[in-house]
Write a protein that binds this ligand. Sequence first.
Ligand SMILES: [Zn+2]
Length: 137
Amino acid sequence: MSSEKDYDKLLSGIYANLPEKVTKTERFEMPKFEFFVEGNKTIVKNFKAVADKVRREPALIAKYLSKELAVPVEIQNDRLILARKLTGDIINKKFEEFVVKLVMCRQCNRPDTHIEELGHGLRQLVCESCGARTAIR
Ligand SMILES: [Zn+2]
């Protein structure tokens, strides 16, 4: 009997074996944080790797999560330490919001974007696929 988890494992194995060119044209796969609880803290193991995947500064993601979850956070090497015990997938849920707001292009819905600082606290999400510019907060 195979569970959904096994299926996911199988899928990610297939993805890992695909040549770069093929995966790039695939629909965007939301990267997921892997985390564990240690005492009163929650530790995200693959924080840097996930930040790299969405091409955002780890500090920007850390700030967002800290604010949204109302938890002090600290980046330690490739990990993010959240100063509270968090259960379930709340971190990934908030991260998905971050990706929708600060990574995905509003026009073409692709993740090939970067953030441009315009000064005075104004920022724009600039799409490298279609050229769309969207003001972000
Ligand atoms: Zn676009």
